[in-house]
Design a protein around this ligand. Structure first.
Ligand code: ZN
Length: 197
């Protein structure tokens, strides 16, 4: 279960489309995600149930991280975490062709960061949704929804979720060791993204 908080005023429609997009990517990896929107729905989780949630906060921009970070996942010493922040201003600036693109790109960044919550900080791959450096071609694949998880990532996520300790180890962690994707430059070819670490 992933609780999504729209603190950037993105709006119900784009956020739900992004959730559907990210959910499709996880679904193709054999991971069923139940998205919850506490701000928009009657939502009274049991105190115990809260521990089983991952949390995604969509904010406009980072407070402390480098200027060009797109999202960050807060990872603990064991390589897992339960909160990711998404910085929507950068997504809106990158996808200028309309709400559909913004929703799909938001979904792609959500999938990448939630992927880190399940796969840990060293989860970057040469291609696909966990690619740490999105050049213009890879960004285009993400915008049209064609960047996904590979078989090895899918297996690791399913194993992670199946562990009895999964919910027990989801606790508040400090931003130390955060990871993310960020654009390093804007060029005529488009935005270049690189790994934050
Ligand atoms: Zn990353």
């Amino acid at each position: 279960m992933v609780a999504v908080y729209d603190d950037a005023g993105v709006g119900h429609e784009i956020v739900q489309r992004a959730e559907a997009q990210a959910g499709r990517l996880f679904g193709e990896a054999g991971v069923a995600v139940s998205w919850r929107n506490p701000r928009w729905e009657v939502f009274l989780p049991e105190a115990d149930g809260q521990k089983r949630f991952l949390h995604v906060h969509i904010v406009r921009r980072p407070r402390a991280l480098a200027e060009d970070v797109f999202g960050t996942a807060f990872i603990d010493e064991e390589g897992h975490g339960r909160q990711a922040d998404i910085f929507y201003d950068r997504i809106a600036n990158l996808s200028t062709r309309g709400a559909q693109d913004r929703a799909v790109l938001l979904g792609a960044v959500m999938a990448h960061e939630v992927g880190h919550l399940l796969l840990g900080p060293h989860a970057h791959a040469p291609a696909g949704i966990m690619c740490g450096r999105w050049d213009a071609d890879k960004l285009q694949l993400a915008i049209v929804g064609l960047a996904g998880f590979n078989a090895e990532q899918a297996m690791r996520m399913r194993q992670r979720i199946a562990q009895p300790a999964f919910s027990a180890t989801m606790r508040e962690v400090k931003p130390k060791g955060s990871v993310g994707i960020q654009p390093s430059a804007f060029s005529p070819e488009g935005a270049v993204l690189r790994a934050a670490q």
